[in-house]
Each structure stands twice: as structure tokens, then as C-alpha cells.
Design a protein around this ligand. Structure first.
Ligand code: ZN
Ligand code: ZN
Length: 417
């Protein structure tokens, strides 16, 4: 059965089906006979059902859903005994690792309330988080190293919609967030797969050009910003489609507008001011300003949420250094929406950004063959965190700086030069 458009529901069922198609055909590029492990909030069931149909039509072997629920999460925080907060379902993540070793693809549907835990005991939140991060390792390692094709798509959950559109009635907020997700995910056209093929080709042109240039550094200038980001030795620019180690070309993030690479952990100098607030685990950190010396943040302030920012910077040695630098034009559809999504998947695709913490081994030439020691020797940063924040706007210029000091304009007033 094919869904029909129905003005009475806040989420257009035709576009929702196209989003499922984008996730399966573009995001995962699911192969005939391949199994799929799908995690989603229970609220996203309408999308999960369409994904299952699209997956089986694409020849999926077995689709296995794992559903979560915010009420169940809160039940733990309100009623569980204290020891519960040092535990996590390690057996489940071991099994996920085994599934990935057997070439199961992975899709995650994002749509939870970004502020769900903002009123809970911060000690319990951080203990539960830590236990989860440790137990999830067998699954996370296979995902971040692209052992298999994987993908994230979004569903307009009601609590998330309320956060993005606080002044609108519930249904209208969900409708507006749904339309924003469809537009950003290119699910609002008749040929979403074709639109993604064209978009991926454009991103590829950018990464090919940047990889040819082999810049030594990028120099960002703009209001309260004069920042030189040295690039790691043997860095490689990535963006859009990626080849997983099982040979499948996938688009891990839907949407995706960025091209990104690895900065040199010791070669970042100058100061920068964030151009958008950072939403971090239920806290909004506004107007971040930092100074780098020798790659390390030596001064940091924020007009709101500064305490949380300082805590983040103190989480480990690598937390004060950069693991990613990304270029996104101001004209990107997400940027043009003018919305703050409180969700990195969207907000990092709205502006040029830098990320504190862990680098991606994939952003090195032959990165999957390098040991962690080689990556560190080439300037790759290591940390338990990876937090993106925005430094781009229509007032930012970026120059590429070559080894001999000569310069090439890369961005002018927020657009590709
Ligand atoms: Zn990024
Ligand atoms: Zn990032």
C-alpha cells in the first residue's frame, strides 16, 4: 500500500515515505540479503514502519527494530535504586557488535526530546552516561570505523518540535519541524534519490578540490574571530557519501551539507567566537569565546552555560583541542531555515564549525590503515568527547594557507569563493 497525502495529519505521509526511501536507498544503500538493525524512539513508529517496507522492498534479509521510550528512561531516573546508574546493557551491545561482524547494516532514527534529562540529578545522568559509553564500545567501534554501512535519519517528535517552535500549538510545531526535516533531507522532491546523487556529486567536487590544494592551514576571519586552524599531516577532506569497509557506499548523515577534515592538534592559534548557541545535554551554552595557543584552548568564556562549558573542557586532555574542522556555506538549506534545531545532526550542517575532542581516522589518507600512534603523530587528536560548535556566518571569510605561506580564498562572506 502506498500512503496518500492527508492534510489532517501534521506529518505528510507521502514525504514520510520518501524520507524512509532516502534512509534505505541513499543513507544505507541497503544491499539485497543484508540484515538491518534499526533503533528509534517509539514515537517514530510511523517512520519505522515505512523504513521496514522500503528495506524489505530493497531485498533486506531481516529487519530488527529496537525501540526506546522517554517515559521508560524517566521511570529509571525516578524509581531505580542507586546502583542502577552504574549499569548498562553490555550484553546487548556485544550482540550488536556480533551482528555488525556478520554484515548487518545499522540505522538510527533521531527524534527524542533534547531536554529530556535537563531536570534530573546531574550525578545520576553523568554516571548513567559513563556506563552507557563504556558498554556501547563494541557497537560504537564498528560504527565509527565504518565496518558496515550505517545511517541516521530524523523523525519530528512532539517534544523536540516544542523545543524548536515554542510559540506554536503542538500540531503546528510538529508539522513545521516535519517540513523542515523533509526539506533538509531532500525528501520533499519527486525524485529524492536523484536529488541526493546530484548533491553528493557537488560535495565530491569540493572535497576533490580541497584535497588537491593540500592546504597547511585554514585562516578564519570575521567579527571577533581571527583563527588559524593548522591541518593534520596527511589529512583528507570528506563529505557526503562514504565507502564502508564492507564495500557499500553509504551516506551516514541525512541531512549532510558539510565537508570536513582533521585539524592538527598542536597547530591552532588565535581567537574565535561562536555564531550560534550550543545545545549540550540539556544546557544551552551561548556566546562562546575561546583563545587557542599551540592548539590548546587557554581561555574560554560564555555568556550563558559557562560552568558546563568549563566542565566539558576539563573532561580530558584532548577536550581542549580540535578533532574536526568543517566548511558549510551560509546558503545551505538548513542555514536558510534560520532555525536552531537543538540537534547536532542539523545544526552542524547550518554553518562552518569546529569540534572539540576526538578526530576521525577516516579523515586521513589511508586512515583505516593507520595505528592510533601514527594518527597522533600526524596531529590527530584523541578524547572521549566530540562536540561540534558553529563559527560560520555570512560575515566569515576563510583563506587556505599553503606551506610556503601563499593564500587562496576559500570562503568569502560565508560562501565558496
Ligand atoms: Zn561536522
Ligand atoms: Zn563533528
Amino acid at each position: 500500500m502506498t500512503p496518500k497525502s492527508d492534510a489532517a495529519t501534521p506529518i505528510d505521509p507521502v514525504k514520510l515515505d520518501r524520507l524512509a526511501e532516502v534512509g534505505v536507498k541513499v543513507g544505507l544503500n541497503l544491499q539485497p540479503g543484508q540484515d538491518l538493525l534499526l533503533s528509534a524512539p517509539v514515537e517514530a513508529l510511523p517512520l519505522v514502519r515505512r523504513i521496514a517496507v522500503q528495506a524489505y522492498e530493497a531485498g533486506a534479509g531481516l529487519v530488527t527494530p529496537l525501540l526506546g521510550d522517554p517515559e521508560l528512561t524517566l521511570a529509571r531516573f525516578h524509581h531505580a535504586r542507586d546502583e542502577s546508574f552504574d549499569r548498562a546493557a553490555g550484553w546487548l551491545y556485544e550482540a550488536m557488535g556480533a551482528a555488525f561482524d556478520a554484515n548487518t547494516a545499522r540505522m538510527g532514527v533521531v527524534g527524542d526530546d533534547p531536554m529530556l534529562l535537563s531536570n534530573e540529578d546531574p550525578d545520576k545522568v553523568s554516571r548513567a552516561n559513563k556506563a552507557q559509553v563504556m558498554a556501547y564500545k563494541p557497537a560504537r567501534e564498528r560504527i565509527t570505523s565504518f565496518a558496515i554501512n550505517w545511517n541516521l535519519v530524523s523523525y519530528p517528535g512532539a517534544a523536540w518540535a516544542r523545543q524548536v517552535f515554542p510559540d506554536l500549538p503542538g500540531d503546528e510545531a510538529v508539522h513545521n519541524l516535519a517540513e523542515a526535516i523533509f526539506r533538509a533531507s531532500r525528501a520533499d522532491t519527486d525524485d529524492p534519490v536523484g536529488a541526493w546523487t546530484a548533491h553528493n556529486a557537488k560535495l565530491r567536487e569540493r572535497t576533490d578540490w580541497l584535497n588537491e590544494q593540500r592546504f597547511h592551514a585554514l585562516h578564519f576571519t570575521g567579527p571577533d574571530t581571527d583563527l588559524t586552524v593548522g591541518l593534520a599531516d596527511g589529512h583528507e577532506w570528506m563529505g557526503g557519501a562514504s565507502v564502508a569497509r564492507n564495500g557499500v557506499v553509504c551516506n551516514p548523515n541525512i541531512p549532510s551539507e558539510e565537508v570536513f577534515t582533521t585539524p592538527h592538534a598542536q597547530r591552532v592559534e588565535g581567537h574565535v567566537r561562536a555564531t550560534k548557541p550550543l545545545s549540550y545535554q540539556g544546557t544551552l551554552i551561548e556566546d562562546i569565546r575561546v583563545r587557542f595557543e599551540g592548539g590548546r584552548i587557554t581561555e574560554a568564556s560564555a555568556s550563558r552555560g559557562e560552568e558546563v562549558l568549563q566542565k566539558v573542557l576539563d573532561s580530558d586532555e584532548g577536550a581542549r583541542r580540535l578533532g574536526e574542522v568543517a566548511l558549510v556555506p551560509h546558503s545551505s538549506p538548513i542555514s536558510q531555515s534560520g532555525l536552531l534545531f537543538y540537534n547536532t545532526l542539523f545544526d552542524e550542517n547550518a554553518a562552518c564549525h569546529i569540534a572539540l575532542g576526538q578526530c576521525y581516522s577516516k579523515c586521513f589518507v589511508d586512515g583505516d590503515k593507520l595505528s592510533p600512534e601514527q594518527i597522533a603523530a600526524q596531529g590527530g587528536n584523541e578524547s572521549a568527547i566530540h562536540i561540534d560548535w558553529m563559527i560560520g556566518s555570512d560575515r566569515i571569510d576563510v583563506d587556505g594557507v599553503r606551506e610556503d605561506g601563499s593564500r587562496v580564498p576559500v570562503f568569502r562572506k560565508g560562501e565558496w569563493a
